[in-house]
Write a protein that binds this ligand. Structure first.
Ligand code: PLP
Length: 216
């Protein structure tokens, strides 16, 4: 199936209030252009260098998101290109982004999502729900960085009940954080294999790569 057909199929299954983020990492500029021509404007990359090349080659009205594990020495080139950084997984990284945002004198605050760890695999990055609760007390809001919400990943398993439980936990963390951080609005969860379940548990931003690009 073509990229355009894949996108159409996915779009049909998404409720109006759920935003589609096309995960274009490892895919070519031509493939991204194809998705763009099909109407998509929101893409995500996981490496700063790869994003730089694509950012320079593709239309300027693309909204780029960063979904990778961000190293502090890559924050500087990243900031001018992105509208949302998904995986902020430590207070240290959050503060490094704040420092750099201040240096660059950007006009709009940088939007970030705090990554929350709910999956069973111990390799996943992120705050535990308990650590996140503490953030609210130890972190002072910064004028140049906006905590726009949370992102998370379910375990890589075929056990749908477990996936559903993990998404439900993320949803509860999200609702809880909203009470104390008024800028929190985005719940980023759900990928190609589990986005249907994520939506049932309140996701309003799904990150879909292979279902768009790999089946093309
Ligand atoms: C690669 C990636 C995705 C997309 O995964 P697919 O299974 O290809 O849809 C989503 N989120 C993150 C954080 C990723 O790294």
């Amino acid at each position: 199936m073509s990229i355009a057909t894949n996108i159409q199929t996915i779009r049909t299954s998404l409720p109006q209030e759920v935003k589609l983020l096309c995960v274009s990492k490892y895919h070519t500029i031509e493939e991204i252009q194809e998705a763009y021509n099909a109407g998509e404007r929101c893409f995500a990359e996981s490496r700063v260098k790869e994003l730089q090349e694509k950012y320079a080659a593709l239309p300027q009205d693309i909204e780029w998101h960063f979904i990778g594990h961000l190293q502090t020495n890559k924050i500087r080139p990243l900031l001018p290109m992105v509208s949302l950084i998904h995986g902020v997984d430590s207070l240290y990284l959050l503060e490094a982004i704040e420092k750099e945002a201040e240096k660059q004198d950007i006009s709009q605050p940088i939007n970030v999502l705090l990554e929350v760890k709910v999956a069973q695999e111990n390799t996943k990055y992120g705050f535990t729900p308990e650590q996140l609760r503490q953030i609210k007390t130890v972190h002072t809001p910064h004028p140049k960085v906006c905590i726009a919400g949370i992102m998370g990943m379910a375990s890589n398993t075929t056990n749908e009940k477990q996936i559903a439980q993990e998404f439900q936990t993320l949803y509860e963390v999200f609702e809880d954080l909203k009470q104390t951080i008024p800028t929190v609005k985005v719940l980023s969860m759900g990928m190609s294999n589990d986005y249907h379940i994520a939506i049932q548990h309140g996701s309003n931003l799904v990150r879909i790569g292979s279902a768009i690009f790999n089946n093309a």
